[in-house]
Design a protein around this ligand. Structure first.
Ligand SMILES: [Zn+2]
Ligand SMILES: [Zn+2]
Length: 264
């Protein structure tokens, strides 16, 4: 990654995340053991807004940013990596479910906070949203890094193991894209509230003036009157998440098939 100008936000991000790796929860004491990592789509130019930065430890940053070279691996190591990917995807599903549930509750939460004049409640909901979104994006980025590593290994494994490994990575990729779709639809709820789905500031136009993120498209989710069809959007979010979760059964079968192949 090229050097980016995010110095302006560094200190507040370290404080916000309490110098703790948001993936493995390692606690560091300074900016050499704990680093910043951007999540989600960030603008190509300029400062990365703090809403898109998370703290990670040096080991996790290395795992996220350095693709491994294809080397011969033992059956044991390969299976360990497959199992780890499955475990991380399981964790991602529950992170996505939390994010989806939080996003779909936002319209009602903000409305009742507005009606009651309790600004603190809506501030809490917004900061909860930003934090949950960063965590889910990081969790998916970690899975992506593991899937990339397995894709590289495909060419290095014995040809009798390769089909089982390919079947596994294909299913894992299907699950991952279902989860990405669920996250994007959940972010669309926020765009429907005329807020930026990254930093949650009010949106005017297509690009957020605070963090530079492009707004999610809401045209498909509007009634003819122009208002947002939240119920329809929520229904689709639940279905998409449900479909993705059901893929885990296939993933388990493929993990078992691969294990049998490796120990044959
Ligand atoms: Zn870590
Ligand atoms: Zn923004």
């Amino acid at each position: 990654m090229t050097a980016r100008d995010w110095t302006a936000d560094r200190e507040s991000v370290f404080d916000r995340d309490a110098f703790t790796c948001r993936h493995c929860e390692t606690v560091g004491d300074d900016a050499t053991t704990i680093r910043l990592h951007p999540v989600g789509d960030v603008p190509r130019e300029g400062t990365v807004h703090e809403s898109a930065l998370v703290t990670v430890c040096a080991d996790c940053l290395d795992m996220l940013e350095t693709p491994s070279a294809a080397t011969a691996v033992t059956a044991e190591t390969l299976f360990h990596r497959v199992r780890e990917t499955t475990r991380l995807q399981g964790a991602s599903i529950s992170d996505v479910a939390t994010f989806a549930s939080l996003s779909t509750s936002l319209p009602a939460t903000l409305e009742s906070a507005r009606d009651d004049g309790t600004e603190a409640d809506s501030d809490d909901a917004m900061s909860d949203y930003r934090c949950t979104r960063r965590d889910v994006l990081l969790s998916m980025a970690v899975v992506d890094a593991h899937l990339e590593e397995l894709a590289v290994l495909e060419s290095a494994v014995d040809s009798d193991v390769r089909p089982s490994l390919e079947a596994f990575t294909e299913t894992a990729a299907t699950l991952q894209s279902g989860l990405i779709e669920t996250v994007e639809l959940s972010e669309t709820v926020v765009a429907g509230l005329e807020r930026c789905h990254g930093c949650f500031d009010s949106l005017e136009g297509k690009t957020c003036s605070t963090c530079g993120l492009e707004a999610r498209e809401t045209a498909d989710w509007r009634h003819t009157s122009g208002s947002i069809a939240f119920d329809q959007l929520f229904g689709t979010i639940n279905e998409t998440l449900q479909d993705a979760s059901e893929t885990t059964d296939t993933l388990t079968d493929r993990t078992t098939a691969l294990a049998e192949r490796l120990t044959a």
